[in-house]
Design a protein around this ligand. Sequence first.
Ligand code: SF4
Length: 928
Amino acid sequence: MGGDMTTESEIPRLIPGSGLTNYPPPDRWDDWEEWDAKAWPRRVKNRYRLVPTTCFNCESACGLLAYIDKDTGEIRRFEGNPAHPGSRGRNCAKGPATINQVNDPERILYPMRRSGPRGSGQWERVTWDEALADIGGRMGDAIREGRNDEIMYHVGRPGEDGFMDRTLKAWGVDGHNSHTNICSSGARVGYAMWSGYDRPSSDFANARFILLLSAHLETGHYFNPHAQRIIEAKRAGAKIATVDPRLSNTASMSDIWLSPWPGTEPAMLLAMARLLLEWDAVDHEFMSRWVNWEASMHARYPDRPPTYEAFVDVLREEYAGFTLEWAADECGVGADKIEAVAREIANAGERFSSHTWRSVGSGNLGGWQAARCLQFLHVLTGSVGTVGGLSPSAWDKFKPKHWNMPPPHSRWNDLLWPIEYPLSHHELSFLLPHFLKEGRGRLEVYFTRVYNPVWTNPDGFSWIEMLTDEEKVGLHVALTPTWSETAWYADYVLPMGVAAERHDTHSYETHAARWLGFRQPVLRVAGEREGRTFERTYDANPGEVWEETEFWIDLSWRVDPDGSLGIRKWFESPEDPSRPVSVDEYYGWMFDNSVPGLPDKAAAEGLTPLGYMRKYGAVEVERDIYLVNERPVEDAERGPDGLAYKDGVAVGVTIDGRVVEGFRSPSRKLEWYSSTLDEWGWHDEAIPGYLKTHVYWRDMDMGGNERILLPIFRLPTLIHTRSGNAKYLYEISHGHPLWVNPIDADALGFDTGDLVRISTDSGHFVMRAWRTEGIRPGVVAASHHLGRWRLDDERGNERWSSALVNVEQIGDGKWRLRQLKGIEPFPSDDPDSERIWWSDPGVNQNLAFPVHPDPVSGMHAWHQRVRLTAAEAGDRYGDVVVDTNKSFQVYRDWLSKTKPGPGPDGTRRPLWLDRPVKPTPDAYIYPD
Ligand code: SF4
């Protein structure tokens, strides 16, 4: 590590000499006065209590300050929290739009139970008590009968860290299901196979060169915290290159834009690697110490000398074919651009930073190799863990201990972790309808939580078929802050709070530091400061909107009312076991006992740790974290394999005679050759390489009407399917065109606004074309955000954003969704709803995508090989027609690409690979 460093700075609060502030100082948050700008020229003073919380509108968890009117007790607006170390007082448009979600006139305010057939849209209001008794009773029966794994919790946006892990362990249920395999598993596997860490933490602010394989500035992972640091680097002279077939806003802010054929990105990255090797722009000291070259040579090149020099020769030979000329032709990108990026990487050395998320890894068969190839460039240049480089995620993420944590259970749920996908990074969540169709199991109680698989997942009609089959899904409980297409098919719709209405803790790798954020129900906190008391958060929130933390505690009591299942004890108050643990007790224990430095910071202000977190909403735990792999490990026992152990667990590795932490891979080094991939059947793929995507451009009939569809780019102002009730955001973003390059538009005869029928392998949908040079020829694109729909004019999804549609089964497995009307003004308590001027709801294209599970990562490969034709007579904008029998067949085709376990040691999955709610090792043993 060398060079100077920009340490994390706070955003200045006081503008020198002016007496003006950028942010209200925290010592005045309880009584903040400001002039009402709208009342001008009258001088009207408003008085607020400012209560911090964290945003829930993407995974970044930026800080928010709720401005609560002291006269009315209402939340007036949200602004940034300057005390939050990740976001430093800044937000994107989605943060302040939280106020729309709080005030949405159509929001779900009370628990509801269906009163007609599932999916009929008939609901009755019930009490929380009734809902808890029914759901908890069914769960208790299932657990008593040993059917624990018929209980499944399926989460979209978790927004919390550890509470559900704890809850599922307490229940003894292997039922954690996530959305990750339709989101980011591809990149995660690529990173994990190098280091054991599934995400990168980019030190953007200190980088000299930044390479982005995603639209990172506008919509990337940890979007606003990363974007502000990328721009800081740019202002300090760093250059940026963006790889994206589409001219994103990020590409437009970059010094170099590379627009390759989708899926060829690894070829381009390996051509850069080849150049670095050719130029010897390689950090040999780092490589020789930290790459598993001995194991690589032993396993793959046993006839060569087992020396580092021979290893470097091997690298040159392995990648000799990735010449500039070949890569330029393969990727469709100028050789000069590839060389220019390689030169910038070489010049930046250990201050080279990068990121890839979704994008390549989530679009392509074999897309996980893109992250592996990108990390290879860091390994070559030694920009791993350095100032301005790339660290593993966990170094910069703080996970506090949870109170009274139950031990792991020993169950294994094959519906989530099937034997065909032993290396998948997360659960095969999007295959659930197909698994149930094949008779692999059933669900007694199925929770969807901030998740909308009917709309979001590929092949949504298969989800409707599953959810409407009460044999397959006994009880569907939707925990949700907003209406969704999926909630429509629930038995219970239970309203959960938005960012200002709930407790959660979380921490993310936004920069080279660790922090903890605390989301809190701001009206409850404000009320408590005024001396009021609340039994439950729904007593303070609008209507009876609740929060999951208290819900899971109370539900667990209903599952095991007398404690005979051994579940209740994990949720009893430490002060008085005859009542449930309170949120103050729960988080109070966490802040007292497991956040280093917090008790001292709190004491310095005369506060308890909980009081400090309620006051500031976040705390920085450590800053300027680099080279954790070099940290010495004391008192470990050295093993003959070069690793160091404590209590039989590897905790370090011997490097140059010293025991240091290393990484989390099996060798605790960076694994160019992955013995895991090799031993589990993927010999050829065990080193960073280039795999042919399922949308390989040379296999397409480009002379005819085949093209590659990119369906997953995000819009910076929308939130997957949760922004439907955010009027500020929908006013900004509502159009939904198909991006078509003029070369393709001319060849296919499309003009802007023409209706195009886009056919996939399971059906088709109809959109309008938009001619733009912002997409490479041969590729078309449509954002994944739009296309919301509702089945009833007055109930279900919000009318700010959704089309009224008719969904019809028009044959065996054949479905058609047709829009009856678009977005229109409507009367409500909010006068703005009569001022709606936008009308295009977009098209729910995901319905027409069959599943494409990558056989290694389990990631759904989102990109589609499509045929583009003019809309046919009878086609209407927004039509989606799908045959679920065809989509099932595509599932079977992709299933046949897998190399099922068990592995060489008879296990279902490598024990070292992470997974949520990890069971005990004996659960990994595959039964004979
Ligand atoms: S980036 Fe925007 S949406 Fe995401 S947490 Fe921050 S303010 Fe909220």
